[in-house]
Design a protein around this ligand. Sequence first.
Ligand code: IMP
Length: 439
Amino acid sequence: MPGIVIVGAQWGDEGKGKVTDLLAEQAQVVVRYQGGNNAGHTVVVGQQTLKLHLIPSGIHRPGVLCVIGNGLVVDPRALVAEMDELEANGLDTSGLRISANAHLVMPYHLMLDGIEEERRGGKSLGTTRRGIGPTYTDKVARYGLRVQDFLDIAVFEEKLSQALEQKNALLTAVYGKEPLEMGPILQEYGACAERLRPHIVDASLLVHEALTQGQNVLFEGAQGTLLDIDHGTYPFVTSSSPVAGGACTGVGIGPRLIDGVIAVSKAYTTRVGAGPFPTELSDDVGDHLREVGREYGTTTGRPRRCGWFDGVILRYAARVNGLTGLALTKLDVLTGLPRLKICVGYELALSKVEGYDGQVLKEFPYQGAVLARCQPVYEEMDGWAEDISGARTSDELPPQARAYVARLEELAGVPVDIISVGPKREQTILLRSPFATPQ
Ligand code: IMP
């Protein structure tokens, strides 16, 4: 041991890629545990900026095994394209391992994601349209095809034929679409199978052995706490379990092998896609955060919704993930804002929801209808004007920035271990390594 989980504290895009890449220096294994290529993890190494969607953010570290856990849904075409791109950039992908039990995203899953979004019209979820929801649906409905079906192409062909029978009935009878043909899918996926076969493993066994041999393992979450299928802002969520608990089921290890949970949180809040967002700003400050923070989706290019830091969400993330530490990213983006606001509660004045009128909520409400009516209660703090992108120790931060970090720490009830002041690896203040200190 130790096994450390890295989880998003907000609605994803917190900078988990950078933090994972940074900590991967001390790890032997990095394993993703949920999601698919809806994720976009940006890692900047020297002059190279690499955008990862399926491959864990340790791939830039020679010798680190990068594992795709069973909890993922894998579009093999996207995975092969990502491997090709990394190799074209001179990176070695021989350390990639893929769980035999991960599910495959099929062409009909992408079609169904699009069809469902269109059908919802103005009430669409704003999905990434990567087929994520429909693939997890098939997994739970026990219709799914898995990575292990690539081990014997005859098995894959038979399962594909069964799946197409069911999916074509749905596509033609319910949605009035043309049926899908087996031949082209078999050809495309067959080529992917050839390429991926050497990487297919029993990932649970691999990770368990690494941990029991004393290696350092990072569990890399995608998306974030509020996009969790159970604990997020349902139905405006993804279809998997980004919270720390998902690391156990998504890899196949027991909770006793996890020693620490680090949440990555931006120094402000963003969200892509639809759904409630109490601290959202549609003013100059929101524009500042979007432009200075380059808040455009890694996967879809969509502009992100931006707002002040939400301490209610942070406390919730601390609870549902059992956090032991925080990594605070993009603190530099706040530079130049004269006053900073932190949401410390939600007010429900004028609420029509029975039982809540006029209350200030300190805990994140479980009812979507309540959250949608929440008005943030803010505390204000002084901002700073100094460029902090060169700070490498907390002493090099202006006192206002230190006070801001200390207040977030207080709200979370856990220490800030890492502060990020820019996209580059070196633009980091490492206060405490989760691997160095016994948890
Ligand atoms: P899906 O995961 O593509 O089904 O999308 C469901 C919701 O999760 C949408 O609001 C997406 O914008 C959001 N989402 C999915 N992946 C990410 C991510 O990596 N970052 C931020 N939002 C995401």
